[in-house]
Design a protein around this ligand. Structure first.
Ligand code: GLA
Length: 365
């Protein structure tokens, strides 16, 4: 869990934004809720010096000092690069400097690297193996493994985050190449259709994750753009059901109490972070209504009933599908967002779910 600069600040992020964010992660309680990584995304990179060492640009006058500041707050620092010659925003990438860059990051005190394919596709894969997809994928695997080895060689523990948009079923080979998390799709944006289609696209990927290696449906947009309350709650719930890395992406200097309460709901975070480390999966779908279930360590299950549709849905014909979730005819239910026990409910449990909203239950026998 942490925060990343891209979704809100994008190319404008500065040293001051990172320091302000670090301060606010502490004062808002987010750090203590678990959001400990402060990740600088693209556009921090400057030129290389005569020895080829990467420098930060004028927006980040002193990376070591910034890392020290972040660490002094009980937080960790993340950084970003690309295996290609350029990053997605056109800044300096790590191609040909992998070991040197890993050493530089370690020297600064970096704890996390997001490695984003970007120009590697056009500048390396397409050039070295034009038209040969299988060979291109081998080249991609090797590039991610190369940086993995470079990180290991520094001796400094770093979370290694793959950003190659899910290419070549990254969940299959990513963990073997050192990935702690891997993006499974293209970029999220702060709108309901994009966010929900990315979340729903994780169906079927549950078996590839466990403690230390996770599917990454991209960073949170909670509190960004035009997501309304129900949409923010749906976003947070879906990511928790997916045991997804929770990397907030909002502007903490403007965070409302409502958004803070969504990001820091203890019971929802406990579902995401449950030590069993199982990703939830879809149990049932009928049009816009989907039921997802996630097994939890204590033997109970988180059950989310989503309405991705454009109008309120009454659960009339739609049963809860308790059997498919491994329950008998009935189960004890707790409504997480409402913080309310519902007693024992059965398959024919009825509720109305507004447009773009969700009911999140924890159920036990
Ligand atoms: C890609 C990534 C994003 C972000 C930008 C930065 O689009 O997928 O998450 O890192 O690059 O340029």
């Amino acid at each position: 869990m942490g925060w990343n600069s891209w979704n809100f600040f994008a190319g404008k992020v500065t040293d001051k934004d990172i320091r302000d964010t670090a301060d606010l992660l502490v004062s808002t309680g987010m750090r203590d809720a678990g959001y400990v990584y402060v990740n600088i995304d693209d556009t921090w990179e400057g030129k290389r010096d005569e020895q080829g060492r990467i420098q930060s640009n004028e927006k980040f006058p002193d990376m070591k000092a910034l890392a020290d500041y972040v660490h002094s707050k009980g937080l960790k620092l993340g950084i970003y690069s690309s295996p290609g010659p350029k990053t997605c925003a056109g800044f300096e990438g790590s191609l040909g400097h992998e070991e040197q860059d890993a050493q530089t990051y370690a020297g600064w005190g970096v704890d996390y690297l997001k490695y984003d394919m970007c120009s590697f596709i056009g500048a390396v894969m397409n050039v070295q193996a034009p038209g040969d997809t299988a060979k291109q994928f081998d080249i991609m695997h090797a590039a991610y493994e190369k940086m993995h080895q470079a990180i290991l060689k520094t001796g400094r523990p770093m979370v290694y985050s793959f950003c190659e948009y899910g290419w070549d079923s990254v969940w299959d080979w990513g963990p073997g190449a050192g990935a702690n998390l891997w993006r499974t799709t293209g970029d999220i944006s702060a709108n309901f259709d994009r966010m929900s289609s990315i979340g729903r696209a994780q169906a079927g990927l549950a078996k590839f994750v466990g403690p230390g290696h996770w599917n990454d449906p991209d960073m949170l947009e909670v509190g960004n753009g035009r997501l309304n309350h129900d949409e923010n709650v749906t976003h947070m719930t879906l990511w928790a059901m997916l045991a997804a890395p929770l990397i907030a992406g909002n502007n903490l200097t403007k965070m409302t109490p409502e958004i803070g309460a969504i990001l820091m709901n203890k019971d929802v975070l406990a579902i995401d972070q449950d030590p069993l480390g199982k990703q939830g999966d879809r149990v049932f779908a009928e049009g816009p209504v989907e039921i997802w279930a996630k097994p939890l360590k204590d033997g109970s299950k988180a059950v989310a009933i989503f309405n991705f549709g454009e109008s309120a849905t009454q659960m009339r014909g739609i049963a809860l599908h308790l059997k498919e979730m491994g329950f008998g005819g009935s189960a004890k239910a707790h409504d997480v967002w409402a913080a309310k026990d519902l007693g024992t409910i059965k398959d024919d449990w009825k509720t109305t779910i507004p447009r773009h909203a969700v009911v999140l239950l924890v159920m036990k026998r």
